[in-house]
Design a protein around this ligand. Sequence first.
Ligand SMILES: [Zn+2]
Ligand SMILES: [Zn+2]
Length: 208
Amino acid sequence: MPAAPAHRRDAAASEARRPSANPWKIDLRELGRRAGSMQELDRTIRAPEGWKVELIGVPADGDVRLDLRLESVMEGVLVSGEISVPLVGSCARCLEPVEDTLTLDIQELYAYEGSTTEATSEEDEVRLVEGDFLDLEPMARDTVVLSLPLSPVCDEDCGGLCVDCGQRIDDLPPDHAHEVTDPRWAGLAERLASSSGTPGDDDPTKEN
Ligand SMILES: [Zn+2]
Ligand SMILES: [Zn+2]
């Protein structure tokens, strides 16, 4: 049938034009505007670039997992649930790579244009339903980026780096220490070493 291929092409083209081809844009036509109607949204989307702070962030193309519930309310659509993202970065103390997963609660109202909520809120204070769609990306981005740690650590107890040699303290033996070069301290260090047995911990010459 000669008409079939052309028909398929048209279908593909219109698919590409639909705003829902953007996975962050949620089509609200199914949910409708009747207050109380509800829709589950379980979706995994590739992370865009730039969800990061200095030392840690979501890798571009990493899986952003959304487990959300959309609820139609008088003023708009209430979005609640969880967002979960992988994190990669480096430890602020020892610079070792850090990998983690961040899971955050979401509760956000998208107001209808013309609703009281929109009218009584500053422009940048409220997220809006755009026609039949809402865009989850700016909300997801803000939620994640504002929760990223400014000083991520590989471990809460990470000892950081030795100030003398720059090696990771956690990788060094517990008695790791450096030669005392200042002769004025040499005698004291020796006495401490013989009395406590752990010169590294009590070394008074160690810089902090
Ligand atoms: Zn560390
Ligand atoms: Zn050292």
